[in-house]
Design a protein around this ligand. Structure first.
Ligand code: HEM
Length: 566
């Protein structure tokens, strides 16, 4: 019904799935390379492990996730407000800016694979100074992020238009989710914007010679933790808005869903220093405050677990399920849109537990910078978000293309394959992390290193990482095959899926109006950020805004860092 919006959703999803495919290739190469099964990176290209790792990290967590979010939010907002986006020129601008930005950054990364082009960006998605990328890498990211800012404004101004036509209505739930997520995004991108515009770009262009690594890392993590909620909240939107319907029931509680999104808005950002527990130059007290704030974030996740499971149980019972657990059997496990989201939710629970270990200041020392950490976030962003997005695509792509889902039997096994592959890979990564095996490396300097596993052997965990990587890649291949066949093959049909979304059991009339007071929640969020960050940033900046690298160990590994701390 809305040709421009449908086109934008198609472009955003197309870009998301392209980056998912490219990133998945990198994931396979890494899992075979770092386990020693198949090492060919240096032989067929001029790049190295870090070139692949940069492409995998950036393509997966910046481009795949955020392009998908742009498509899903455009769909969710226009559908829930039942109106077109406000300003077609603005809409065309932001989607173009994001595509051009992603292209330039990808060019800088891919340039690292051949010495024929004098461009490279082996800086990983965290882009820590003093690692330096070609300016194109940062300029592309700037265009990409500013595109998202304009998109947010496009959506907010569409909401304002709706509000002036409907002064007394409650904000429809999906629009509420889009707005709170974008408000959080504006707050959290302040960190990366300052880092890239004031420090990394001038430094990569040679305009300044020095940079303060502690400051730029702190600015990065101000953004870098909260961004995980930007990856997660589109999955939450699908779990709250679509999953109950797919299971055959209705959302349990609209007010609880609103509370959860507000909690992420206000608590999501003042926690980033928990990624820097081992960074020298940041007093322990600031780290302790970040840890305390982090623990509060368990609340919205536990609320979500309760609300979503209650909604699914309702669905199972509507389908005739009986007893304590009998309703589980009646759920539509053969529908990949349902099974993908449900399995993603189960893995998210496991990711939550390993996340609690990461968040604890003392026990974090055990797993810091080990491969435990990728083990953790492949359960969260790598499954809770990624698998939910794939499942969402099985439901949304037929709607935006007007075609029936192709290869349904293959699609039905795909989420289960992902679940099995990730169980192997992530579990083995967690265990290898407990041996002390570092993340982000497979370079020769670690060859002579011996680990002392309490249970199992290094060979055994490595084989599971490699096996998991292969199964995941097969699963990803199936997903892309099904989507491409749906998109480019098959006949147009009138209504490929039942797209009605039933109202919640406890609707917006039961939620206090104060929940819709977005100005209030943004005010609280900004206040918490000021309280958590002003003193640490002021303290770190006393080293000098554009200097301080002399006091910072260039090789940030655990031993060096401990030496500095002691
Ligand atoms: C890192 C495998 C899917 C995000 C890694 C690593 C491996 C891997 C082996 C390297 C660990 C290290 O050396 O430190 C795979 C495989 C996948 C897959 C086989 C599926 C085919 C995903 C997805 C996401 C993701 C879906 C997110 C949406 C990341 C990130 C890193 C990473 C952010 C860290 C990069 C860095 O340290 O800079 N992955 N992965 N991966 N993966 Fe994946």
């Amino acid at each position: 019904r809305r040709p421009l919006e449908a086109r934008v959703v198609r472009v955003a999803f197309g870009a998301a799935f392209l980056f998912l495919g490219l990133g998945g290739l990198g994931g396979l190469i890494q899992s075979l390379h770092r386990t020693g099964y198949f090492q060919f990176i240096g032989e067929i290209t001029d790049g190295n492990y870090y070139t692949v790792l940069t492409s995998h990290g950036v393509f997966m967590v910046l481009f795949f996730t955020i392009f998908f979010l742009m498509g899903a939010f455009t769909w969710a907002l226009t559908r829930s407000l039942d109106r077109d986006l406000n300003n077609p020129r603005m809409t065309k601008y932001w989607i173009t800016s994001m595509c051009v930005g992603a292209f330039l950054t990808s060019l800088a990364i891919i340039g690292g694979f051949t010495n024929a082009i004098p461009i490279e960006a082996n800086v990983l998605y965290t882009m820590y100074a003093p690692l330096q990328a070609h300016p194109l890498y940062y300029i592309g990211l700037t265009l990409f992020v500013t595109g998202t800012w304009v998109a947010g404004y496009d959506w907010i101004s569409t909401y304002w238009g709706w509000r002036s036509d409907n002064p007394d209505e409650r904000i429809p739930l999906m629009a509420f989710m889009v707005l709170t997520t974008m408000l959080m995004w504006y707050i959290l991108t302040v960190g990366i914007a300052i880092e890239v515009l004031f420090f990394l770009i001038p430094w990569s262009l040679g305009l300044v010679n020095e940079i303060n690594p502690t400051l730029t890392r702190t600015l990065f993590w101000y953004f870098g933790h909260a961004v995980v909620y930007f990856w997660l909240l589109p999955a939450y939107l699908l779990w709250y808005a679509v999953l109950p319907k797919l299971s055959g029931g209705r959302l349990f509680s609209d007010p609880l869903a609103r509370v959860v999104f507000i909690l992420f808005l206000i608590l999501g950002t003042p926690v980033g220093i928990h990624h820097q527990y081992l960074d020298p130059g940041i007093p322990e007290g600031f780290k302790f405050v970040a840890m305390t704030n982090t623990m509060f974030l368990l609340l919205p996740s536990l609320l979500t677990a309760f609300t979503v499971v209650a909604s699914i149980e309702h669905g199972g019972r509507q389908r005739g399920g009986k007893g304590y657990l009998g309703w589980l059997r009646t759920l539509p496990w053969k529908n990949p849109a349902f099974s993908g989201m449900a399995l993603a939710g189960i893995m998210f629970a496991a990711g939550g537990f390993s996340g609690m270990i990461n968040a604890g200041m003392n026990i974090n020392y055990l797993v810091h910078n080990t491969i435990w950490v990728p083990g953790h976030f492949h359960l969260t962003v790598g499954t809770a978000s990624a698998l939910t997005f794939m499942a969402g695509a099985y439901w949304l792509v037929p709607q935006i293309t007007g075609k029936n889902l192709a290869a349904k039997k293959l699609a039905a096994v795909q989420p289960f394959l992902w679940f099995v592959g990730m169980t192997f890979m992530s579990n083995a990564m967690h265990r290898a992390g407990l041996f002390g095996m570092p993340r982000r490396t497979s370079e020769p300097m670690y060859d002579a290193f011996s680990y002392d596993p309490a249970i199992g052997t290094v060979g055994e965990v490595n084989s599971q990482i490699a096996l998991g990587g292969v199964i995941l890649t097969v699963s990803l291949g199936i997903f892309l095959y099904v989507i491409v066949r749906t998109w480019f093959g098959g006949e147009k049909v009138e209504s490929p899926v039942d797209a009605e979304l039933p109202p919640a059991m406890s609707g917006p009339e039961h939620s206090p109006r104060v929940l819709d007071n977005l100005k209030l929640w943004v005010g609280v969020a900004v206040l918490l950020v000021i309280l958590a960050y002003t003193v640490p940033i002021a303290y770190i900046a006393t080293d000098g805004l554009w200097s301080g690298s002399e006091t910072y160990p260039v090789v940030v590994d655990a031993l060096d860092t401990l030496e500095v701390l002691l």
